[in-house]
Design a protein around this ligand. Structure first.
Ligand code: PLP
Length: 432
């Protein structure tokens, strides 16, 4: 859990938490991709996700420069057709974790061969669709999944190229719900017990799969590149005798969300991984699947302040028109965020507030310990930065709140890529 400073007045929002193209307009307001964010709020309404397209493209390019065709975008972080197309155009493969994510990537025009299907419980139907479409890799997670693939291939489905997902026993320094590399996890074949070795032998003996590599993912929001190097050293011992061409180390590179946090860049992460691989004598091509590091800092969420409730001697609650339905991370993981007013980006933020949503739930918190300028008022547009990953995609319709739209901004243009939900959308699946 990351908590920003408690109770102390804060200076202006640190600029590095804003998207790459963020600038300050003549009136002190935030401009992203050449678009005035206050005008965006007026045009598209709030809540609104605003993504800096140049920022997204720059992070994809950075990954491709470092890892070539083995750079894969983990679409669970943020997915819509525009995003899948952008990552593909920039040269990344697309990691999909379900049939739904695969369907969106294919609908975006991404060739199936550039998609990689993940999941610890892929259904026979999902596997059938993936095999028939010709997905580039299936990351096989269990013996039961191998059974299902063998049954499908026996009835005529094409033989897939697969990676086996293994758990190298590394517990990343992060929130325990997202640390997936240690042994006590639902994901993958365990290295320490010999289960992974047996899975390799089985896959090699099977005519139904073409085993091309090993996959591991040690967790998310990992700040210490040393954790990845540690995972590689465990994997080096395991993979050396196998002599497979690919070794994918997953995603998980962290990003700063609040003042005081720092994380390696994709380029620094790549350098650390490559140095570790060289040291360990790993000859397989190293692949990665960043999600958060591509999209998180590319976006901000704009809200409108509706209610301010000062509680003498306790705190001030600032309620906005979204909440846990557009950003469940604070509730799920206790994640910390910053907040600021886009009309006065460079203003000091002396006033301590708790930013909450509009849901019927006391735990509906967006920013537990936020800071805003003194003149915050009802009707202000308030923003949270670094909301581009695991926000919109994890959103819900709790309390039948309508999910917000997404705009991509670039070169002074704002392009609506996901429209706001309507009441008709809410009722579309309600056939009772
Ligand atoms: N790859 C796999 C297998 C994952 O499970 C995840 C996230 O859970 C990712 C990649 C992306 O992680 P991140 O967004 O932290 O980079």
């Amino acid at each position: 859990m990351t908590e920003p400073r408690h109770g102390r007045p804060a200076g202006p929002l640190p600029r590095h938490l804003l998207p790459d193209t963020a600038t300050i307009g003549d009136a002190g307001q935030l401009v992203i991709g050449g678009c005035d964010t206050l005008e965006l709020a007026a045009e598209f309404g709030t809540p609104l996700f605003v993504y800096d397209e140049a920022h997204l493209r720059a992070r994809c390019r950075e990954a491709v420069v470092a890892f070539g065709t083995h750079a894969t975008y983990a679409s669970k972080a943020f997915l819509c057709r525009a995003m899948a197309r952008l990552a593909h155009d920039e040269g990344m493969a697309i990691d999909v974790a379900t049939g739904g994510e695969l369907a969106v990537a294919l609908a975006a025009g991404v060739p199936a061969s550039r998609t990689h299907l993940h999941g610890n419980n892929k259904s026979a139907a999902e596997l059938h669709t993936a095999l028939e479409a010709g997905v580039g890799r299936i990351i096989v997670d269990s013996d039961d999944e191998l059974d299902r693939i063998e049954a499908l291939v026996a009835t005529g489905a094409p033989v897939p190229q697969i990676l086996l997902r293994v758990t190298p026993g590394v517990k990343a320094e992060t929130h325990e719900f997202v640390a997936t590399g240690h042994d006590d996890t639902k994901f993958g074949f365990t290295v320490s017990t010999g289960v992974a070795e047996r899975a390799v032998a089985r896959a090699r003996a099977s005519d139904a799969v073409d085993l091309v590599g090993i996959h591991a993912h040690i967790g998310s929001q990992v700040f210490d590149a040393g954790s990845f190097a540690k995972a590689l050293s465990v994997l080096a011992d395991f993979t050396a005798p196998l002599d497979l061409p690919e070794l994918v180390i997953g995603g998980g590179l962290g990003v700063p969300y609040v003042e005081g946090e720092a994380a390696p860049t994709i380029t620094e992460w790549a350098a650390e991984l490559k140095a570790a691989a060289a040291r360990l004598g790993i000859t397989a091509a190293i692949g990665v699947e960043p999600g958060r590091a591509i999209t998180a800092a590319a976006a901000i969420t704009l809200y409108t302040v509706g209610t301010i409730k000062p509680l003498e001697g306790i705190r001030t609650y600032v309620a906005v028109d979204g909440g846990m339905s557009d950003n469940p991370r604070p509730v799920l993981y206790g994640s910390g965020y910053e907040t600021f007013l886009p009309r006065a980006v460079d203003a000091p933020r002396p006033r301590r507030v708790r930013v909450v949503g509009k849901h019927c739930e006391s735990g509906d918190i967006l920013v537990r310990d936020g800071a805003v300028p003194d003149d915050l008022a009802v009707g202000d547009v308030l923003a949270t930065p670094v909301t581009g990953a695991y926000g919109h995609v994890m959103g819900s319709n709790y309390n039948k709140v309508l999910r917000p739209p997404v705009v991509f901004v670039a070169d002074g243009d704002a392009r609506l890529v996901v429209r706001r939900e309507t009441v008709e959308d809410l009722l579309a699946t309600d056939v009772g």
